[in-house]
Design a protein around this ligand. Structure first.
Ligand code: GLN
Length: 505
């Protein structure tokens, strides 16, 4: 492997700015690695060699002409395949959108282009972001670069595996219930769900609009911070976009790593409900070691109880399908993607819609549409959807009370390390439980970050440490994550054996 690929995005940005390397050289190295590994990893659904190299050449020229460029200009990036890219196939991991080329760019796509970041391709995902393993992708699962027989998390397993296997230094994901953070945890990468509204959702194919949030995937905290700065900020195209300036996240994350950083005066809340039963021993051990590191750096550790979190998963699996069933109604065989005519009936709007959806949607998507329409139906609305919304309010109140007592909350990101393919695919409940620790943040709209804290003693696989901050306080989350990352030492991501099985191949 080209040694450049192990460098962080910010190290690469420095080398580009100094003229030590060119973007063409770096982008080509990424593309070479993608073509070598992707047949086995399946992290990418689409690779855009020509487009990425054209951007790289343009950036190299502009830099040679002395133009002042953005911080990440020339650094390659990958996008999860639910962010629309003009003229480039966007499938959301679904057969129903096979061949669909969007007529416009998502706001994040535009921002990445404006930043001069070569976009190498679109990453694999569970169909319409529903799942925790990528096994629900219509295009086959993605392998975990730490062990190709295991899941890379989901739904954004493709972005996490691409970054974790050194195919690309940065990627974007979307997090509705944990789809950036849980893949980060099980692949040893950093995954961040910003405050709801901090990054525009315009052009993100909606799953559950009140929960969806785009965020960065990286190998270091500071890299993630730099990418959030590029894609974040107010967007008039998104009515839920926050109208506030983006903080200097990269600077905060970098400063946090300077020697001698102290967390004196910082109160860190360990959430009682997000550990214990159902959590793997090695996950809890790694979590406790990180808490001890934080305490060693001067933080005050507080134990907090958020009793409503016990009901967050149940509430999520009512609210999310309700919103998804409404959002997915647009896939009707008329407007986007495939269209299937019934063979046994006369083609009417209804029979074409039914035949298209039958052929185009996978089982998990159908399950959620049925569940969602059921909980929204007149007779059940109050019992299910209404109750879930009340739980959502209680979760928000638990967060508010906890943040009165502490500056951030912490927990393991996922209850276990990466499981094997096939282990949970036939048991939806077991699959849903992977997001037990990540879902509360989506219900409340608060930011959450997962960084690798180590590997579990029983299986040697990466463990994620989650930091949750109050809404609008993404900077605080990055700061504490930066201090902890430095305290842990060598980035866990660099220990990924992606190169070893590659050589055996
Ligand atoms: N795994 C969760 C689900 O299946 C979260 C998905 C997501 O965040 N997009 O709903």
């Amino acid at each position: 492997m080209n040694e450049l690929l192990k460098k962080s995005a910010l190290e690469l940005a420095d080398l580009l700015a100094a003229g030590t390397i060119t973007s063409v050289e770096l982008t080509q190295a990424c593309l070479d690695r993608i073509h070598a590994l992707n047949p086995r990893v399946n992290a990418f659904l689409f690779v855009d060699d020509d487009g990425a190299l054209a951007t790289a050449r343009e950036i190299d020229e502009r830099r040679a002409n002395g133009e002042k460029l953005g911080r990440l200009a020339g650094v390659p990036v990958a996008l999860k395949d639910n962010m629309v890219t003009r003229g480039m196939e966007t499938t959301c991991g679904s057969k129903i959108l096979k061949g669909w080329k969007p007529p416009y760019d998502a706001t994040v796509t535009l921002k990445v282009r404006e930043a001069g970041m070569p976009m190498v391709g679109k990453t694999n995902m569970d169909e319409f972001a529903m799942g925790s393993s990528t096994e629900h992708s219509a295009y086959g699962p993605t392998g975990n670069p730490w062990d190709l027989g295991r899941i890379p998390g989901g739904s954004g397993g493709g972005s996490a595996a691409a970054v974790g296997s050194f195919m690309v230094p940065l990627a974007l994901g979307s997090d509705t219930g944990g789809s950036i953070r849980q893949p980060g945890a099980v692949t040893g990468t950093v995954g961040v769900k910003p405050t709801y509204g901090a990054v525009s959702r315009y052009g993100l194919v909606a799953m559950a609009s009140s929960l969806d949030q785009i965020g960065p995937v990286a190998r270091t905290v500071a890299d993630a911070a730099a990418l959030q700065e590029v894609v974040g900020g107010y967007d008039p195209h998104d009515s839920t976009s926050l109208n506030e300036p983006v903080a200097a996240l990269e600077k905060i994350a970098v400063q946090a790593q300077a020697a001698g950083q102290s967390l004196a005066g910082t109160r860190i809340g360990v959430v009682d409900e997000l550990q214990g039963e159902g959590y793997q021993k090695g996950v809890l051990d790694s979590f406790n070691e990180s808490v001890a590191i934080l305490e060693g750096l001067g933080a005050e550790i507080v134990h907090v109880s958020c009793p409503s979190f016990d009901y967050a998963l149940a509430a999520y699996y009512l609210i999310m399908p309700a919103e998804a069933s409404s959002n997915l109604a647009r896939f009707d065989g008329m407007r986007y993607g495939i269209r299937v005519e019934p063979t046994d009936k006369r083609a009417t709007a209804e029979t074409v819609m039914a035949a298209t959806r039958e052929a185009g949607f996978g089982d998990e998507v159908k399950r959620r549409i049925i569940l969602g329409t059921h909980v929204l139906s007149a007779g059940y609305y109050d019992a299910y959807y209404g109750s879930a919304q009340k739980v959502r309010t209680l979760v928000q109140r638990d967060f508010a009370a906890a943040f009165d007592k502490c500056d951030v909350l912490v927990s393991p990101t996922a209850p276990t390390t990466a499981f094997k393919f096939g282990d949970k695919i036939d048991d939806p409940m077991a699959m849903y439980l992977n997001d037990i620790a990540t879902i509360p943040a989506n219900l409340a709209g608060v930011p959450g970050l997962s960084l690798p804290s180590g590997v579990a003693s029983e299986d040697g696989l990466p463990v994620g440490f989650q930091i949750l901050a109050p809404a609008h306080e993404d900077a605080r989350m990055y700061q504490i994550a930066g201090v902890l990352e430095a305290g842990i030492g060598e980035p866990i991501a660099l220990g990924c054996p992606a190169g070893e099985w590659e050589e055996q191949a």
